[in-house]
Design a protein around this ligand. Structure first.
Ligand code: SF4
Ligand code: SF4
Length: 288
C-alpha cells in the first residue's frame, strides 16, 4: 500500500521553478534530525497535539478500539482540531488530477512535480513507475528526491521519466553514517556513482549539521568522493540544519533525538560553500 502524507503546492525548494511536492510515507533510513518523522513509518499514524488538549474526552468516547489503530474516527470529533492522520491512499488517476491543477504554474516558472518523502523509491515501484510514466506522457517534468538507500533497479525503472534527481549525501564516513543515520552508506554511494554513469541529472543535497557533518573535514570527504568518482553534478545545495519538524515527534508520541544539534554559523556556511567552489563545483548554493 502506497501512502502519502502530504501534497505541498507552490514549493520553490525542490528543484527548478514552482513545484508541487508529494511526500510518500515510509523510509529505510532513520536520520536522527529527520524533519518529517510522520514519513518514517510505512503505516498510517495518528498525530495528536497533547499540549493543547483540554481533556474533553470526545476522542476517547468516539474511539472504537482499546489501543489506537490509526482509524481516524476521532479526528473529526475533536473540537480543537488537534488530531490528524498521516497517510492517505491515492489512486494514480486521483493523484494526477491533483497534480495537474497547477500545470499553468509549472509551465510559467519552469517547474513541475517533485516526488519526495519519506523515500519515494522505497515504495511500491509499480505505482511509482506508472505515476512517473504518466507525468512524462502529459509533459509535466518530475523530480525524484531520494536518500539513495534503495535497490539500484528501482532507480533504473524511473530514470527514463525523471527530470532531476535531488540526491541526499550526508556523510562519507561510514562510522558516523551508521551512528547518525542508522545504516551503512555503501549502497547510497554506489548508487550515486551508477546513476551518474547512467546519465541521471543530479542535484546533490547536503544537510549540514554542526555536530554531525559541519566540519571542513567531513565536507572535504564528500568533495573527494564526488571528484574521485567523476560524479557529474549539476548543482550542490548546502542545507543548514533547522529543527522545524521537532514538534511533530511529540504529536507522534516519539522523542526527538536531535535536540542538541545546531546549524553552522552563516560564516561557516559561506566557508563550506567556498570549499566546494574551489574544488570546481561552481554551482554550489546555500539553501534549497
Ligand atoms: S485514530 Fe482511531 S483508533 Fe486511534 S485513537 Fe483515534 S479513533 Fe481510536
Ligand atoms: S477531543 Fe481533542 S481536546 Fe478533546 S480530549 Fe481529544 S484531543 Fe483533547
Amino acid at each position: 500500500m502506497t501512502l502519502i502524507t502530504g501534497i505541498q503546492k507552490y514549493s520553490i525548494h525542490d528543484g527548478d521553478g514552482i513545484r508541487t511536492t508529494v511526500f510518500f510515507k515510509g523510509c529505510p533510513l532513520n536520520c536522527i534530525w529527520c524533519h518529517n518523522p510522520e514519513t518514517q513509518s510505512y503505516q498510517r499514524e495518528l498525530l495528536s497535539d497533547k499540549e493543547a488538549c483540554i481533556n474533553c474526552g470526545k476522542c476517547k468516547a468516539a474511539c472504537p478500539f482499546d489501543s489506537c489503530q490509526s482509524c481516524g474516527t476521532c479526528v473529526d470529533v475533536c473540537p480543537l482540531n488537534l488530531r490528524e492522520i498521516a497517510g492517505e491512499e491515492y489512486t494514480i488517476p486521483n493523484l494526477l488530477k491533483e497534480l495537474k491543477k497547477d500545470e499553468m504554474f509549472y509551465e510559467e516558472s519552469g517547474g513541475g512535480v517533485t516526488l519526495s518523502g519519506g523515500e519515494v523509491l522505497a515504495q511500491d515501484m509499480d505505482y511509482i513507475e506508472t505515476l512517473m510514466m504518466r507525468l512524462s506522457r502529459i509533459g509535466i517534468p518530475a523530480n525524484i528526491d531520494t536518500c539513495g538507500y534503495v535497490p539500484y533497479e528501482n532507480i533504473q525503472r524511473i530514470l527514463p521519466f525523471t527530470d532531476t534527481f535531488l540526491y541526499d549525501v550526508k556523510l562519507v564516513n561510514q562510522e558516523k553514517h551508521k551512528k547518525y543515520i542508522g545504516k551503512d552508506n555503501q549502497l547510497i554511494l554506489e548508487n550515486l556513482i551508477r546513476l551518474s554513469q547512467d546519465g541521471g541529472k543530479l542535484h546533490i543535497r547536503i544537510p549540514v549539521i554542526k555536530e554531525v557533518n559541519g566540519s571542513k573535514e567531513d565536507l572535504q570527504e564528500i568533495i573527494d568522493f564526488l571528484t574521485n568518482n567523476n560524479i557529474l553534478v549539476q548543482r550542490i545545495h548546502l542545507l543548514p540544519y533547522h529543527n522545524t519538524g521537532s514538534g511533530k515527534y511529540e504529536k507522534l508520541g516519539k522523542q526527538y533525538q536531535g535536540k542538541a544539534f545546531t546549524p553552522p554559523s552563516p560564516e561557516e556556511m559561506e566557508n563550506f560553500k567556498k570549499l566546494f567552489i574551489n574544488a570546481g563545483f561552481h554551482n554550489t548554493k546555500i539553501g534549497g
